[in-house]
Structures are given as structure tokens and as C-alpha cells.
Design a protein around this ligand. Structure first.
Ligand code: ZN
Ligand code: ZN
Length: 84
């Protein structure tokens, strides 16, 4: 019988990204946005409410938000995450 293939060693998630250095996850891809790094927000005010604000790690992720949000006019605004 064939031997089972050896595990490639991806049994654990990348724990580096789980550190306390993460500010918020991207609203689209859930990739962590780290403190002090650039991120994008939506220009539409309803997307920037404190309780319901969207943050995006890239313009691509903001772009993916557009068809869901159904904005008439919107653009991406570059922001920098707080350092702490
Ligand atoms: Zn993203
Ligand atoms: Zn929006």
C-alpha cells in the first residue's frame, strides 16, 4: 500500500499575524491592518461611522466593497492606522 504523504507542515496558522500589533482586520479580506500602516477608507460618510466603519487594506479591497454598498459616488481615502 502507498505510504501517506508527509505533512508539508502547514498544520498551524501564521501566528505572527495574530500578535497585538494588529489594529483592525480589513473589512473585505480580513487581512490584519497593523498599527502605523497605511489603509484605505470609503469616502462615504455612512461607511465611516464609529460603530460601523469600514477599513480596507488596499484599494482593491475597497473596490470590492463598492457593489455591496451601492454608492452613487465614492472614492478611496488613504489613512494611516494609529500607532497604538
Ligand atoms: Zn483587504
Ligand atoms: Zn462605502
Amino acid at each position: 500500500m502507498p505510504a501517506p504523504p508527509e505533512s508539508a507542515g502547514d498544520g498551524t496558522e501564521e501566528s505572527v499575524e495574530m500578535s497585538g500589533n494588529v489594529w483592525r482586520p480589513c473589512s473585505t479580506c480580513k487581512k490584519p491592518i497593523h498599527h502605523g500602516t497605511k489603509y484605505m477608507v470609503c469616502s462615504v460618510s455612512t461607511c465611516n461611522r464609529k460603530r460601523n466603519s469600514y477599513v480596507f487594506c488596499s484599494v482593491d479591497c475597497w473596490d470590492a466593497h463598492l457593489p455591496l454598498a451601492n454608492h452613487r459616488q465614492a472614492w478611496a481615502v488613504e489613512e494611516t492606522a494609529p500607532t497604538r
